[in-house]
Structures are given as C-alpha cells and as structure tokens.
Write a protein that binds this ligand. Sequence first.
Ligand code: ZN
Length: 332
Amino acid sequence: MVFWLDAVWAAGGTRVLNIVRICGIFIVLFIGGCVSNSSLENSAARIPMIDAHSQASKYVDLDDIIPLMNKAGVSRTLLSARRGLSWRKISSLALANPERITASIRTKGGIYRDNSPRYYRRLNKQLQDPTFGAMAEIMIYHAEKRKGDAPEIDVNFAEPQPAAAISAARSKGWPIILHIEFATLPGDEKRRAEFMGMFEEFLRLQNGYPVALTHLGQLRAKEAGRLLENHQNLHLITSRSNWYAINQAGQPWTEVVAVGGLVPAWRDLVLKYSGRFILGFDNVWREDWGWFYINQAHIWQKVLQSLPPAVAHAVAHRNAERLWGLPTANVP
Ligand SMILES: [Zn+2]
C-alpha cells in the first residue's frame, strides 16, 4: 500500500494523491462498515457455546486452542490433560485465559486403570491447585479403541479409583462426569441389565447430586428418556453425537444430530428435558483439534438455531454455567 501511494505521488502529484486519499477513506469506511455490521449481525444471532468436555495431549499445540475456539464460536472449554501432557500445562493455560478455559482434573490413564498410588498423588496435587474448576470424565466402561491406543477399561463405581474422584468432585461442588459406553458393554442381556441396575442405584445414591454422562453414555433415545424421567440428577453431554463425528469414528456413538438436523426422538427429549443436556465436543486426538472441530461446532450452532431460544441457550451454555458455577458466556 505504501509502495503504491509512493508510486502515485511520483507520477501524478497532489491532485491525484487527494483523489486516492478520498477514495481510500471511502474504501476503509465501506469495508469497516461491512465487517462490523456483519460481525454484529452474526454475534447477535449466534448462541454462545461452552464445550463441557475436551482434552489435549502432548500432540496438540496448546497455542492453537484459543484461536480454534474462536473459529468454532466456542466461548469456553472445560479442558483436561491426557497422553503425555502434564496437568500443569492445562492449569497454566486456564490461568492465562480465565475467560476461555476451565481446567478440568484428569483422572484417566494407565495409573488409574492399574490403581497405582501415583493416581492418588496426581489427583491430590490437582485438587490442591485452585485453578481447577471441574472434574473430567471418570472412566467406568470404555471399549478398546484404535487397536489398544485407548485400551479397554472396566471399573465398578465402588472401586477405589472412581470412588476417590467422585468424592473429590462432590467435595468441590462439581458435577460427577462418567464415561460409560452402554452400547458396547460386554456380556449377555442379563449382564447388561445388571450393569444398568447398578448405574441406576448409583444415581439414586447421589441424592439428587448432578451426574453427567459424556457422549450421552451411548444410550439410545428410548433408554435415555426412561433414565431422564426416573433420575432428576442425570445429565447428558452431547460429545460425539453428530453424524459428522460418527461417520469418521466407526463406533456405536449415539446419533442425536443427523444430516437433516436433530433426530426427532432426541429433539423431543431435548425439548422436554432442556435443563439436562450439555453441549460438549470431546476433542481428543490431534486431528480432532482442527477443521473437524470447527465443522462440528458449526453443525451444532445450526441445530441450536433450530430450537426455541430458551432451550438452545440452556443446552449451549446455561446448563454448564449453572452446574459448574461459570460466568455467563458470550460469543467469542
Ligand atoms: Zn469419554
């Protein structure tokens, strides 16, 4: 631009330069007006989103996270560490970006599975760090993924590892988040029914204390409806439940959002239990933190727009704000 103005100056003198100046001012005003108007329109219509459950590993550049959240339109992420990333890095990121990141305590990993003393030491160190504001998902049942990259985990609610994390979450006033893949539970019908019975007993034992299932527990709509009806403290996090994510995973994740929008049975549940659904994306792997995330966020933004505003705002951010005591989210 400077070079171009110099060239004009050399060629035409003051009169030409003045015309260029006036045009330039108009161009700047016009473009400026367009940009600020359209971003105002967008932010007025867009619904702020909180991602209640995502993770970062050593393979993810933490400097990319906030810019990606900006592109995705996500105001805040409840973020935990996994796979070679120290929980201290998550704590630092949250400390530097208190409006955008809530540090979430990591429980999962080999030391959790093996019930190693190191698991309790890591848990307690995180609990002592006042930056943390949530307890990340506690593994109960997880089928093997990626040929052992994420091995099978099968731990009962009452075993010491989940019990320690559950009581820690309660002592901090944070919801208890559980990872259970009901669609891939091993064993026959009888064993699955027993497991469901144990889960419902667990919900009852919490005496109304909020419990949330990541990835909607892989529940089908009918079963989810029955559980939401019978257990007022049950909440469902929507991670991995859109067609776009499911297509790439080859896992029996629950499909809440199909290509055409909310699946009717799930739309009914979201409308009926709007206080019990929580938006989440569950970014885990390096490839999750990129276009895959931005596209899913755009799919969800469209879905939210299709709901009555009170319902959309509840699912997108208000339920998370209430449950984790977060400030009101704004569109980034
Ligand atoms: Zn999970």
